[in-house]
Write a protein that binds this ligand. Sequence first.
Ligand SMILES: [Zn+2]
Length: 176
Amino acid sequence: MDILAHSIWSALVAKSINLNKKKKLSLLKTALWGIFPDLFSFTLLFIVLFIGTLFGTTPVPDHNNIEPAMRNGSISIITEVLYEFSHSLIIFAIILLVLYVSTGKVIWEMLGWGLHIIIDIFTHSYKFYPTPFLWPFSEFRYDGISWSQSWFQIINYSAMIIVFGIIWWCEKKKKR
Ligand SMILES: [Zn+2]
């Protein structure tokens, strides 16, 4: 799914958890964790593509042709590894556990990261970065619905507005 949608869904989930929680989750931190997997995977690639574009060594990726441009060169191998690392539920669980053992508390905002992976499993098809959620134990990836189709985007963003409305209504009802 796109990065904006990931941040909004993460914040909405945190907001809905906060309805019944005394110690509130930070919406901003949850949203940042929600986009962390993509920032981790693609920042390096975009810097390289950007510099390449400036110096005219990378073809400018157009909307329909983004993947071949992204898959050019050795940088794509590094990106693939970073993508596998940040889009694995196994890695996510291990890091969550390590942080819990070392600090004695669960960083609940990190649920944004887990949510990102779960959403990506179903919203990426084999054509564009299917989600390696069982990496490094298995290369299995689910062939989901591609999030970039316009009908999907319309439903997705409409659903966010509806969910926001429901949470807002619940908050108002609680305050009464
Ligand atoms: Zn992602």
